[in-house]
Design a binder for this molecule. Sequence first.
Ligand code: NAP
Length: 258
Amino acid sequence: MAEEAGSKAGCHVDLTGQTALVTGASRGIGRAIAVKLAACGARVVGVARSLEALEGTLEAIRAAGGEAEGYAADVSSAEDVKRVVDDVEAKYQKIHVLVNNAGVTKDGLMLRMEDDAWDDVMNINLKGTFLFCRAVGAVMMRGRYGRIINISSVSGIRGNPGQANYSASKAGVIGLSQTIARELASRGITVNVVAPGFITTDMTDVLPDKIKAEVKERIPLKRLGAPEDIAEMVAFFSGPASSYVTGQVVAVDGGMTV
Ligand code: NAP
């Protein structure tokens, strides 16, 4: 019991006894989300392309007294997604929370963008989100309950030069989410979108310091975001307090899109 109490420390959302599946849980925002949901009491199923990459996340959760396991899968592969979801359903019967967080960028100006850069980003960011929503949505329908949280981006709300593929995929995530929010609502399933602004992770570390400084200047709250800022909003949408909210898009961006 002491362990259970420890695992919920620092969380105002009670997910005790629930199973939460988080894609892209190996690093950055996905790791922070996985750690947060575990701290709220959920059993976390983390997905990334390799088990080795997930080890750090799983260890952090277990060290805090939480429960976690990992699956190696490519979110853009229908076979991989089916294998993971079938296995998790067979083990735990229900999946209460799904967070579609896995994502990539392959930036470049539209006129010079290669087909592969378009296809890869659309397949991972948008098709991957669809595949997990479809597979887990069926499990949630059977359970008459669910919380789906899809990670978009401020680039999907406003567009961003150099990110035609990424912005299109993230705008697609919003359209997909609004549609399935309506399709799944009658079964007690909510679907919401969190759109991060500029968050300090591997994805943004590659940008030159000059660009980071310029971005920071444009953010009303005058700081870059941390993965934990996103995890807090995801925890809210995962829990009971958000039960009357569905189909919404919340930018967690320090005011960037105001
Ligand atoms: P990150 O540090 O680059 O991590 C990306 C995660 O996605 C990793 O866990 C990676 O796992 C996983 N992933 C990538 N391709 C995958 C695939 N085909 N199958 C399974 N997993 C895959 O990125 P991040 O900054 O944390 O971003 C997380 C999400 O937030 C993304 O959807 C991103 O678009 C969005 N976002 C980020 C920012 C930001 O400023 N950082 C802003 C707006 C939106 P492995 O590589 O270990 O397999």
